[in-house]
Design a protein around this ligand. Structure first.
Ligand code: T5A
Length: 217
């Protein structure tokens, strides 16, 4: 991140394919933080703001056709508002922000999945975020089939409804991102929920021990 504004501030993004367990792990991390007296800001992308939720409704609506560039620009429009209204104020106030998806989703889905140029995504993402990057992106790595099987039955949204090849390219892009950047960690998300949580907390504890103390037991 470019400018650390307040002591204690942290911005952590949870990433992964559909049904990887991001929301589940965010809830567990938030509860554990509350147990040590910290109330985190829990949010998601696309969404987290009024404009962002409206953009999400369009971007994920399977009745609406979007070409890959239009999809990218919608994600980034939502992100621009998200940074300005949610992340930046919380960060400046020294809060811990836990978000379900952020910029790696764009590299994985619009880059790996849709095949858009990573350089263009990087440039446009920088414009949308003003360079605000997570302190850590934590990717929950699961097999695409396993993630899809975990999701509630019901109508898939526009992106969930893409074919297996698309989702495999997304998963592969995530793995490549994990090995190319030091502020990205890959956690095996295939285990049962409590074991994944132990691994997630272990990563957080090793990176930010003052905020995420060792768990008892
Ligand atoms: N998108 C987003 C882009 O294309 N580009 C972008 O830039 C951005 C920001 C957003 C969509 O937008 C796309 C990507 C997405 O397609 P979403 O709602 O965030 O949509 O994405 P999903 O991944 O579809 O959300 P899910 O809620 O399905 O997945 P989660 O949060 O990863 O999974 P979770 O925690 O809700 O768990 C799903 C189910 O599995 C169980 C849970 O209890 C739940 O029932 N579960 C487990 N079961 C067994 N073992 C475990 N370890 C489990 N962990 C969770």
């Amino acid at each position: 991140m470019e400018d650390r504004s307040a002591p204690g501030a942290l911005f952590i993004a949870f990433e992964g394919v559909e049904g990887a367990g991001k929301s589940t792990q965010i809830k567990l991390v938030a509860n554990e933080l509350r147990g040590v007296g910290i109330e985190p800001v829990v949010t998601r992308e696309p969404g987290g703001t009024r404009a962002g939720e409206a953009i999400r409704a369009v971007a994920l609506n399977r009745e609406i056709d979007l070409d890959p560039m239009a999809e990218l620009l919608l994600m980034l429009a939502a992100r621009s508002v998200f940074v300005r209204e949610v992340v930046r104020p919380a960060y400046d106030a020294g809060r811990i922000v836990l978000t379900d998806r952020y910029e790696l989703s764009t590299f994985a889905y619009q880059g790996g999945g849709r095949g858009l140029s990573l350089d263009s995504i990087r440039e446009l993402n920088h414009l949308a975020t003003g360079g605000l990057r997570p302190d850590l992106s934590l990717i929950l790595d699961v097999d695409v089939d396993q993630g899809r099987a975990r999701q509630a039955r019901g109508a898939a949204d526009r992106i969930e409804g893409e074919g297996l090849d698309f989702h495999r390219r997304v998963a592969q892009a995530y793995r490549e991102l994990a090995y190319s950047q030091p502020d990205v960690a890959l956690v095996d998300g295939r285990e049962e929920i409590e074991r994944v949580f132990a691994a997630v907390w272990g990563v957080l504890n090793s990176r930010f021990p003052e905020t995420f103390p060792p768990r008892e037991g």
